[in-house]
Ligand binder design. Structure first.
Ligand SMILES: Cc1cc2nc3c(=O)[nH]c(=O)nc-3n(C[C@H](O)[C@H](O)[C@H](O)COP(=O)(O)O)c2cc1C
Length: 196
């Protein structure tokens, strides 16, 4: 698959097989993220790669706990409202039980933190697609990136005091009939282009 095909056929995967991603392949995907550009060549992205099932389960429960204490208000970002509503019902797994979650932190006082994380996430999503893996951007940990219990947990994993989470990637083998990621392209109706 060439680069354009990998870009055009990348779709979000939200159902994963209970099968780990091989170490070598996982390392390649992380390298794809590490080779993303960064503002001023800062290279301050911090990749925290979680594959331990117990930690992933604990994280899901902590995220659900945090959201269940929040209230939905009018005009709230729809996905966040959805996270809160599902959490209050007690059946919310924000990372879709993916066998791997790559949590992306960066310095909280750095203006390009989210942009640099986004570049790394996109590199990883495209490369994952080229390698027949499924992936999905996971935003919940960013919304909760000042939540004390979660901060404590991630400090324990090696996140620095001056870092915060700006995104995450659920990664794994898609639980689809053919085992491949969904690759149907959806025609773009938005994303205006103006040639000058
Ligand atoms: C900034 C950003 C945040 C996103 N957050 C989530 C998320 O938390 N959970 C999720 O399931 N999908 C998330 N997505 C995936 C989008 O829902 C998805 O890319 C969009 O619906 C288009 O579908 P496609 O990826 O299959 O092309 C996010 C995507 C982006 C770019």
């Amino acid at each position: 698959m060439d680069a354009l095909e990998a870009v055009m056929t990348r779709r979000s995967t939200r159902r994963f097989k209970d099968r780990p991603v091989e170490d070598d392949l996982l390392k390649e995907i992380i390298e794809a993220g590490r080779y993303a550009p960064s503002g001023g060549n800062s290279q301050t992205n911090h990749f925290m790669v979680i594959t331990d099932k117990e930690i992933l389960s604990k994280l899901a429960v902590m995220v659900q706990d945090a959201f269940s204490k929040m209230e939905v208000y009018e005009g709230m970002y729809k996905s966040m409202a959805n996270s809160i509503t599902l959490s209050k019902k007690g059946n919310y797994v924000f990372h879709y039980n993916a066998p791997c979650l790559i949590v992306m932190a960066n310095r909280k006082d750095y203006g390009n933190n989210l942009a640099d994380v986004a570049c790394a996430l996109e590199n990883m999503m495209i490369y994952a697609n080229a390698k027949d893996l499924g992936s999905c951007w996971i935003n919940q940990l960013r919304w909760l990136n000042e939540d004390e219990p979660l901060l404590k947990l991630f400090y324990g994993f090696g996140m620095k005091e001056d870092e915060r989470i700006y995104g995450a990637l659920a990664l794994g083998y898609p639980d689809s009939d053919d085992g491949l990621p969904e690759r149907r392209t959806i025609a773009r109706k938005g994303n205006e282009v103006t040639y000058i």
